[in-house]
Design a protein around this ligand. Structure first.
Ligand code: IPM
Ligand code: MN
Length: 367
């Protein structure tokens, strides 16, 4: 493969600590499989506000546009969470980049590693075998709908929940395509009993479904879906939903996988794809060297697969993470009462183990 430019955007909080290991995983893959990855860095979010005054500097956008793929860390700073009046906010950087790059399709796999079945607060018998692929629409909905704002007297505020047909069609197609390669089932989640935008959503998904007669389509209201997800997660294969509902449901679903620290995501669309953990900036543990880098490493795996079509390389990353867990290594967030203290590692220590295991699992294949 020719040289591929990968842009690393560490962002805020634990972002820098975890993306370092996503990058090292990519470097190891590059060396083993003979790919030439080059890396550049850019600022986003609070880090960018501090340095430039803007959460999405022009330079970041320009670098993003000319990269083959982006590995992102996390966004957010507690300073803004308790200051609703702040006009410039870290999250605007991430949302602005999603919009500017046309990343309308956010893919979030909820993958349960056997070894972590005890790390979830849900019962093992409810979880075992759960495997869900979320398709969250990412550039529409109440996140971007206009008008939004406050009345002059400051006493009323409003956002607009809005979807156009083409926005629903394009993400629905992606979800049905993916379902075809899996268990051939799509659950579309909306609130069509109350919301007009959801009624358009449902109507459009029904139309798209006609092109996929081999895939079973179920509709579910968001409230029911929130309940069903923890009652019986195994009933779901592909879940298709809008931006806001998808934001909430995927955080909930992360508990099926044991920890937010395990979940990767890919955002794809019109141009450069964006690969990021679903966890946030975790300011409470930032800089302590204890964050779980697995979601970043698994995001690097999704990058290899979706951006470059390097499926064997992506599989090696998956296997290396699974092997590391099998060997008993944990970070604090995925340790449980039975984890011996000497098996709980910091970010760099477990990152190194995973990189070693990338080498090991690829040698096993070559041998
Ligand atoms: C996510 C995050 C973002 C979102 C925030 C940081 C803007 O929660 O990627 O799920 O709401 O989309
Ligand atoms: Mn979220």
């Amino acid at each position: 493969m020719s040289q591929q430019k990968i842009l690393i955007i560490p962002g805020d909080g634990i972002g820098a600590e975890v993306t370092e290991w996503g990058k090292q995983a990519l470097q190891a893959i590059g060396e083993i499989f003979g790919h030439r990855f080059t890396f550049d860095y850019a600022l986003l979010g609070h880090a960018a506000i501090e340095a430039t005054g803007s959460p999405l500097p022009e330079e970041t956008l320009a670098k993003a546009r000319e990269s083959a793929a982006i590995l992102f860390g996390a966004i957010g700073h507690p300073k803004y969470d308790n200051d609703p009046s702040a006009k410039v906010r870290p999250e605007q950087g991430l949302l602005g980049l999603r919009k500017a790059l046309g990343l309308y399709c956010n893919i979030r796999p909820i993958q349960l590693f056997d070894e972590l079945i005890g790390a979830s607060s849900l019962k093992p018998e409810v979880l075992r075998g759960a495997d869900i692929l979320f398709f969250r629409e990412l550039t529409g909905d109440v996140y971007f709908g206009q008008p939004r704002g406050r009345t002059e007297d400051g006493l009323t505020a409003y956002d607009t929940m809005i979807y156009s047909k083409y926005e629903v069609e394009r993400i629905a197609c992606k979800a049905f395509e993916a379902a075809r390669l899996r268990r051939k089932k799509v659950h579309s989640v909306d609130k069509a009993n109350v919301l007009d935008s959801s009624r358009l959503w449902r109507e459009t998904v029904n139309e798209v479904a006609k092109d996929y007669p081999d895939v079973a389509l179920h509709h579910m209201f968001i409230d029911t879906a929130a309940m069903a997800l923890i009652k019986d997660p195994r009933q779901f294969d592909v879940v298709l939903t809008g931006n806001l509902f998808g934001d909430i449901l995927t955080d909930e679903a992360s508990q099926i996988a044991g920890s937010m620290g395990m979940l990767a995501s890919a955002s794809i669309g019109d141009s450069t794809g964006f690969y990021e953990p679903i966890h946030g900036s975790a300011p409470d543990i930032a800089g302590k060297g204890i964050a779980n880098p697995m979601a970043s490493i698994l995001s690097a795996g999704m990058l290899l697969s979706y951006a470059f079509g390097l499926h064997a390389e992506a599989a090696a990353i998956q296997k290396a993470v699974a092997l590391t867990l099998k060997q008993g290594w944990r970070t604090g967030d995925i340790a449980d009462g039975n984890t011996p203290a000497d098996r709980i590692l910091g970010t760099a220590e477990i990152g190194k183990k995973i990189v070693e295991n990338i080498i090991q699992v690829t040698q096993a294949v070559a041998a």
